[in-house]
Ligand binder design. Structure first.
Ligand SMILES: [Zn+2]
Length: 154
């Protein structure tokens, strides 16, 4: 049963489209083969190594809304506990590999989520390298006397 691995939840879609509208580009549900384990963040900024997870309040045991079901507790509690354990293991594997991890509960308002993600990622697009845009960068400067010019051909 993979209900807890469901992708494209509403809060996730809202966050992704807000980031996209701001000019951010990212990979969704991108599998990372880290040294410690495989991790699949909901949103990954691979160049800047920022991994974002939008955790469902129920499946990931949010302190506000993650109250456990009364029925079948013999089954669900260990299952939820394993989810939380897996989350922590994923966080550790990502940090070890130099990633920044952002975990957002699905109840976090999208504006707040956007603010947290953009603060970690930085500008949507890094400025292009200026040097490559200067046509004559690196050539010796010419002065009025003509010094530095190649000799004229006769
Ligand atoms: Zn919640």
């Amino acid at each position: 049963m993979k209900a807890n691995r469901r992708t494209d939840t509403k809060p996730e879609l809202a966050l992704r489209s807000a980031l996209h509208a701001l000019g951010y580009r990212y990979r969704k549900d991108f599998r990372l083969d880290l040294p410690a384990r495989r991790v699949r963040p909901d949103i990954a900024f691979t160049a800047r190594k920022v991994a974002v997870f939008i955790d469902g309040c129920f499946w990931h045991a949010c302190p506000d809304h993650g109250s456990r079901p009364k029925n079948n507790e013999w089954y669900w509690s260990p299952k939820l506990a394993r989810n939380v354990e897996r989350d922590r293991a994923a966080d550790a594997a990502l940090s070890q590999a130099g990633w920044t991890v952002i975990r957002l509960w699905e109840h976090v308002p999208v504006t707040e989520a956007v603010a947290l993600v953009t603060a970690a990622v930085g500008d949507p697009r890094p400025p292009r390298q200026v040097a490559t845009m200067k046509p004559h960068a690196g050539l010796p400067a010419l002065d009025a006397s003509g010094a530095g010019r190649p000799p004229r051909e006769g």
